[in-house]
Each structure stands twice: as structure tokens, then as C-alpha cells.
Design a protein around this ligand. Structure first.
Ligand code: AP5
Ligand code: MG
Length: 390
């Protein structure tokens, strides 16, 4: 799991950075400040108890905060980890969070300390006061909030000294500059837990479409050997001449060539992605062994295999429909070619699944339905598989 804390004085940009992080990562967002404001707006008893403390700029009792956290954890859909904004805020809360992680059988990955001077924070919050309507955004209360931060919150960092997971971030730059720093550390964190997915299925089952969506959601690169081969030919790469005859004849390109293209692609990784979605590979049992070897060389392995199942008639319908559009593939053109590809998949590629079944890595998904419904079915099991990575 990826569990993060954004720590810093009021106005440091915790909420702002959380918004950006939430667009990129699948995390469960917990902001105690926001949760308390919701309780106040809804007029609950917790809200009533917290209201005057917040409006005076003090810290709400740990007792109330525990209830807020419990509620937030129970009511939200769980992501790949947690993002805490404004919690913990006292030494006791740091213990509470530790206990919570133990109960959830996980650990804190990083705490980001946004370093911003009181002057800048005050300026930002007064500016925010003119844009939003937060009861605690006025000069007197801001001063008190900053005092509380220095007296009660900042010292809790002692809890994380020597843990090696506290990272100080200069929070004075622009929102984008600050985000870039944080994101760099998260990318580093994720590289320690690589995820590699194989998108398996018959031609026309929606592999490419779903692979692209998963890649975006989980920060992965798609490796489609079909595209790699076509790109190599199109760009006149070193292997183009060797590849072309095979593609023209609709035959499988020899493994020596494909391996080299995959390795080249892996080397191009900009370091921002945590792993790969393989589409159209492995196609044979030999390739399944090769892929294990390639990944082992990188110190990683296959996390999970998605098997998209679509009835044959539906596959033919989809491929035939695609043949009539601009997205047409050269091999979509004739019914005989379509049938030949489906047959080849059945004979040579289906046995690859047994290989992964033996390792309990296959998740079978009913791929008959809209792109959105199928994606929804894939998302949760992938999330589970990835979350369980240490
Ligand atoms: P909470 O809601 O957590 O407020 P806070 O800590 O005071 O922080 P803010 O939300 O004001 O600031 P932020 O760091 O999120 O900054 P933002 O991104 O908005 O808590 C409120 C109250 O609830 C507390 O005072 C306490 O009473 C209670 N409470 C909450 N949690 C508690 C807990 N665990 N225990 C006890 N009590 C608790 O940015 C601020 C402004 O600056 C925005 O307008 C933004 O647009 C702008 N900005 C952000 N980044 C930049 C940048 N890089 N450059 C320029 N402008 C920027
Ligand atoms: Mg905030």
C-alpha cells in the first residue's frame, strides 16, 4: 500500500497538493479538517462539539478525532493506500495512526513536511479568505492556528525521527513546483513496489483499450509488442528489415527480435512509471518463460494476469466492425484473416493461461459489455492485487 501524510502549518498547501495527488493516485483521502467542517455543516453532535474550538483556532480533542477517522475509513471506498491531510496533529495522534495501520496490517510509506514560513502562510490564508468562506480564515484565528502548529503539531515529528520516511519539501514555490517535488518521491516509493500486469484475451476482446485505462490509473507503461514491431518497421529501426517479412506474412516474429525490442523499451522508462501492462505478449509458452526472465533481470515479476473473456461471435462482430472504421488494423480486412487469428490464439496462446493459472495469478473477467462496465470489473481485483504488494 501507499500510505502518505501531508504535514505542515495551516496554509502550507496540504489541501491543494492533496487535490493534485488524488487526480494521479488511487488513494483514500482523509482530511480531518474537511471532515470536521462537514460535521459542522450537517449539525451533528460531533460538529457541535468541534465548532467553537475550530473557530477559535485551537485543536479539537483527540477523542473526537478518533471518531472522525473511524467514520472516514468506514464510509469511504478503499484505494491503494491512504492520504492523510491534517492528521496526525499531536503526538498522541501519531500513536493513534500507528495503531490504525497495525490494525489494517500496513505501514506508513512517507510523511511529507511542507516547509512554509508563517508570513507566507498568513498571506495565503488571507487571500483564501477573500475567495472562500472558512470561519477560521481571519487574521486573529490564523495567528492562533500557527501557534498551535508550532507548539503541539510540529513537535510530533519527533515520532518519525530515525524512521527514514520523513521528507521535507520546500513549500514556497508554485503549486506545480511543490507537486513536482512530492511526486518525485512518490515515484521513487512506487518503484519499490513494482506492478506488472498481463492483459490477456482474444483479439477483439478489448485488451488494448483496457490496458490503456489501467496504465493511466496505476501509473504504468503499456508494452504492446504488436505496436513495438510496427513502430520499429515504420521508423526504419535496426531490426526493421528482419521484422517486415514476418509482419507481411502475418506470422509470429521470432522471439530473439521481440525480446530485444521489449528490453529496449524497458530501458527507455523515464523512471516515473512503476511497471508495465503487457498487451499481446506473451503469446506462447516460451514467451511466458522469456517474460519472467526479462522481469527478473529488472528485479521484478508479474503481479497479475487479466483474462478478458468475450464470446467468439461477439469477437467476430467487433473485429468486423473495426475493419469498417479508420482504426482498422491491416489484419482485420478479411473474415478468413480474422478467423485465422482467433484460431491461432486458441491453439498457441490459450495454453499460456495454464502457465499463469498454475501460479494462481489469473483473474478472469467477463469482457462482454461496454468499455466502462468492463473496466469497472477489472479495476477492483487489480487494485487488490497491487495493494497486497509489500
Ligand atoms: P484544516 O482544515 O486541516 O486546516 P489547516 O491545517 O489550518 O490548513 P488549511 O486547510 O488552512 O491549509 P492547507 O495546508 O490545506 O492549505 P491550502 O492547500 O488550503 O483544519 C482546520 C481546523 O480543524 C484546525 O484548526 C483544528 O481546529 C481542526 N482540526 C483538523 N484536524 C485536526 C486534528 N487532527 N486534530 C485536532 N484538530 C484538528 O492552501 C491555502 C491557500 O494557499 C489556498 O488558497 C491555496 O490556493 C493557496 N496555495 C496553496 N499552495 C500554494 C502555493 N504553492 N503557492 C501559492 N498559493 C498556494
Ligand atoms: Mg486544508
Amino acid at each position: 500500500m501507499l500510505n502518505l501524510i501531508l504535514f505542515g502549518p495551516p496554509g502550507a498547501g496540504k489541501g491543494t497538493q492533496s487535490d493534485l495527488l488524488m487526480t494521479r493516485y488511487n488513494l483514500t483521502y482523509i482530511s480531518t479538517g474537511e471532515a470536521l467542517r462537514n460535521e459542522i455543516n450537517e449539525g451533528t453532535s460531533l460538529g457541535l462539539k468541534a465548532r467553537h474550538i475550530i473557530e477559535s483556532g485551537g485543536l479539537v480533542d483527540d477523542e473526537i478525532i478518533v471518531q472522525i477517522i473511524e467514520k472516514a475509513i468506514q464510509s469511504q471506498k478503499h484505494g491503494e493506500g491512504f492520504l492523510f491531510d491534517g492528521f496526525p496533529r499531536t503526538y498522541v495522534q501519531a500513536f493513534i495512526l500507528d495503531g490504525l495501520f497495525t490494525r489494517l496490517q500496513t505501514v506508513l510509506s512517507r510523511i511529507f513536511i511542507l516547509n512554509v514560513s508563517d508570513e507566507v502562510c498568513t498571506k495565503r490564508l488571507l487571500q483564501r479568505a477573500s475567495e472562500q468562506n472558512r470561519a477560521d480564515d481571519n487574521e486573529k484565528v490564523i495567528k492562533r492556528r500557527l501557534q498551535e502548529y508550532h507548539q503541539k503539531t510540529f513537535p510530533l515529528l519527533e515520532f518519525y525521527t530515525d524512521s527514514g520516511i520523513a521528507t521535507t519539501i520546500d513549500g514556497n514555490g508554485t503549486t506545480e513546483e511543490v507537486f513536482e517535488q512530492i511526486d518525485k518521491h512518490i515515484a521513487e516509493e512506487l518503484r519499490k513496489r513494482p506492478a506488472n500486469i498481463i492483459m490477456f484475451g482474444y483479439p477483439g476482446s478489448g485488451r488494448a483499450t483496457q490496458a490503456a485505462r489501467l496504465a493511466k490509473a496505476f501509473n504504468l507503461h503499456v508494452i504492446s509488442t504488436g505496436s513495438l514491431l510496427h513502430e520499429e518497421v515504420k521508423s526504419g529501426g535496426a531490426l526493421a528489415e528482419k521484422i517486415e517479412p514476418f509482419l507481411k506474412a502475418g506470422l509470429l516474429v521470432p522471439d530473439e527480435i521481440v525480446v530485444r525490442l521489449i528490453e529496449k523499451k524497458l530501458k527507455q522508462n523515464d523512471g516515473r512509471s512503476r511497471g508495465y501492462v503487457f498487451k499481446g505478449y506473451p503469446r506462447t509458452l516460451v514467451q511466458a518463460y522469456i517474460l519472467d526472465g526479462i522481469l527478473k533481470k529488472q528485479g521484478t515479476a508479474i503481479t497479475t494476469v487479466i483474462n478478458l473473456q468475450v464470446p467468439v461471435l461477439e469477437l467476430i462482430k467487433r473485429l468486423d466492425a473495426r475493419a469498417k472504421t479508420a482504426e482498422r488494423m491491416p489484419y482485420d480486412s478479411e473474415t478468413t484473416t480474422i478467423v485465422a487469428r482467433l484460431e491461432e490464439h486458441q491453439k498457441r496462446t490459450e495454453p499460456v493461461l495454464d502457465f499463469y493459472h498454475n501460479h494462481n495469478q489469473v483473474i478472469t473477467i467477463d469482457g462482454d459489455g461496454s468499455i466502462e462496465t468492463v473496466y469497472e470489473k477489472i479495476f477492483d481485483p487489480v487494485m487488490k492485487a497491487i495493494r497486497n504488494l509489500k
